[in-house]
Design a protein around this ligand. Sequence first.
Ligand SMILES: [Zn+2]
Length: 306
Amino acid sequence: MFFTASAALAAVWWTTIGLFVGSFLNVAIYRLPVEGETVSRPRRSRCPKCKTTLGWKENLPVLSWLVQRGRCWHCAARVSARYPMVEILTAGLWYLAAISAPPAEWPLILVRVLVLSGLVVATFVDFDHFEIPDEVSIGGAIIAPMCALLVPSLHSGTYVAQVFSAEGHVGVDRFGSLAGCVVGMAVGWGILWGIGWIGTKIYGTEAMGFGDVKLMAAGGGFIGPGGVVYALMIAAFVASIVGVANMVRFYILIRGRARARGGHRSPRRALAVARIAGRYLPFGPYLALGIGIVLLYWNHVRVALL
Ligand SMILES: [Zn+2]
């Protein structure tokens, strides 16, 4: 934390930009999976229901939604509360990135907010469509080496990026950072591909989406090989808790419905259905969570591992 006036001002600045970027991410989340639409076409955002092009007053992050009480001005269609939530989430992540490094290290902060924003898009598109857009995963994998070269401090916590001279530890230079990026991508790809391969052998169905493999490869480019391992542990831990909670939710739902119908569905059968229904969880959001946490906080812990 940096408690000077200029640092506070910088944090406010990053957070405000993040709020508006969050607005743009909503557009990306909505449009990227839609055939024929891109983030820049159509140019102006429209109401998904009545297709009215929205003016700037209707595009203000959070504020417009609050003033319009979650409805479209023109057709009164409900506007999901997720729009302002994504904006607040993005602003919050930009704030955390802003205070994760001294303001003078703005290139590092810039890379971090870029990665975090990509992760927000991947998360919500995966929740909606069970897929991760290539714009995020492949796009991330393409820019990762450039970021590593331009901002070596990105890999200051990556072991393979460290440079040693005869006198001892020197730090991280551009090429060390690039090495950390490339090895990170390879390990991210390899681990998830390997888990998918084993899962397919055991269950006979595709256990790991290819989108997850690509996302982890891109993530590895920013957090290095050790970071990938930590990110995966966080993802598996959180996903298993959510998975169990989801099964319990389905079990209660199915039992409740059976009881309402007066039927005699056995608890065992309800459990079997709940297990199948509860298994359908996207993994991308949890990978994104793991990558984000490691990116922001575990920079130094990573050295210990790889
Ligand atoms: Zn409308």
